[in-house]
Design a protein around this ligand. Structure first.
Ligand code: GCO
Ligand code: MN
Ligand code: MN
Length: 390
């Protein structure tokens, strides 16, 4: 069945190899699905209309593989890419799975572990570039602590900067066309993870040697777990010109890291998120970092993947409906109450402007009388979501 919500490569939907290959393991239970071969995984993603795939080094090349084995897998993956047209849009490093990273990678207290983490990332960057990735994500899942006394949090920031600086210099030295995107998360698997929000990452980036090649990869679940408004973080990243990548999924506030199908929680929030990405001309991949419920079998995984893309396209259509709605447009105009005279005073940073604004006759009691019709506005939005408007 093909309809207006059928995903196509032009929609730029991508999945991590780890998402559709997730076997349904959780901290309390064993896998409920068999392992999925990475090359088969890529072929299937192409078949359902994805634009690209992403991978951690070890999603594609198992830890400890020989050089011969590595080359064989790369060759097979490249063949699928050639046959189907699917691209590798992002690559990243697994710096959390092996016990060597039990107390962090770039922020480990052991210099040799930090050096090993950087070395592993150099190899993974080489592999990512070989596969065609243009974006390299850094998610510091183990860069945190449970025992704050053991690891100096100020020192940890410095170590993080040292690693990022080293790796940006490496990329430049190799002449790679690659940008970095830093992904924040407040907790899980560590009790507390450093640089917990996208806002923290944006501030950290400004301290780097090559800040122009570093942006962010915000994830819906991560800000939501912390009880924050995800769209506001994405908006700040857009405004800074730093939204290089985005991880979309579903998550309830205040829960464990759920990684649910995109749009399965908070339809209103997700509709406004899609509207933000579309209206602000975000051109990067729409990456789904989620996985199927543990109750699905291997086939159900693809229902999950199709669902993520389909919901995005439906929300995109609803976003257009909001912007085309005459009553909503009129309400938004009325709510804004633009005033050119005062706007130019706010923008004028000179003595004349300071003086004029100081003396301006602005009566707060009068200003406070203006009603803001948010009830009507939000109800119209609800009715669009519920499918009963126009
Ligand atoms: C998580 C993270 C990861 C990262 C991935 C790419 O909560 O586990 O979202 O899935 O996105 O490691 O760096
Ligand atoms: Mn996540
Ligand atoms: Mn993620």
């Amino acid at each position: 069945m093909s309809d207006a919500y059928t995903p196509k490569p032009e929609h730029k939907f991508t999945f991590g190899l780890w998402t559709t290959a997730n076997p349904g393991r959780d901290p309390f239970g064993e896998p409920t699905r068999p392992a999925l071969d990475p090359v088969e995984n890529i072929r299937k993603m192409a078949e359902i209309g994805a634009y690209g795939f992403n991978f951690h080094d070890n999603d594609l090349i198992p830890f400890g593989s020989s050089a011969k084995e590595r080359d064989r897998i790369v060759k097979d993956a490249k063949k699928v890419m050639k046959d189907t047209g699917i691209v590798c849009s992002m690559a990243t490093t697994n710096l959390f799975g092996h016990p060597v990273f039990k107390d962090g990678a770039f922020t480990s207290n052991d210099t040799r572990v930090r050096a090993y983490a950087i070395q592993k990332t150099m190899h993974a960057i080489d592999l990512g570039v070989e596969m065609g990735a243009k974006i390299y994500v850094f998610w510091g899942g183990r860069e945190g602590a449970e025992v704050d006394l053991a690891k100096d949090p100020v020192e940890s920031m410095k170590r993080m900067r040292e690693a990022m600086n080293f790796l940006t210099h490496y990329v430049k030295d190799q002449g790679y066309d690659l940008k970095f995107a830093l992904e924040a998360k407040p907790n899980e698997p560590r009790g507390d993870i450093y640089l917990a929000t996208t806002g923290n990452m944006l501030a950290f980036i400004e301290t780097l040697d090559h800040k122009e090649m570093v942006g962010v990869n915000p994830e819906y679940a991560h800000e939501t777990m912390a009880g924050l408004n995800f769209s506001h973080h994405v908006a700040q990243a857009i405004e800074c010109g730093k939204l290089f990548h985005v991880d979309l999924n579903g998550q309830k506030m205040g829960r464990f890291d759920q990684d649910l199908r995109f749009g399965s929680e908070d339809l209103k929030g997700n509709l406004l998120l899609v509207r933000l990405l579309e209206n602000r001309s975000y051109t990067g991949p729409r990456h789904f970092d989620a996985h199927a419920y543990r109750t699905e079998d291997s086939d159900g995984v693809w229902d999950f993947a199709r669902g993520c893309m389909r919901t995005y396209l439906i929300l995109k259509e609803k976003a257009r409906q909001i912007d085309d709605d005459v009553e909503i447009r009129a309400l938004l105009k009325e709510i804004r109450n633009d005033d050119e005279q005062y706007q130019s005073l706010i923008e004028a940073h000179d003595a004349d402007g300071f003086e004029k604004l100081k003396r301006a006759k602005l009566n707060p009691d009068e200003l406070a009388k203006r009603p803001l019709r948010y009830e009507r506005l939000d109800q119209l939005l609800q009715e669009i979501i519920l499918g009963v408007r126009g």
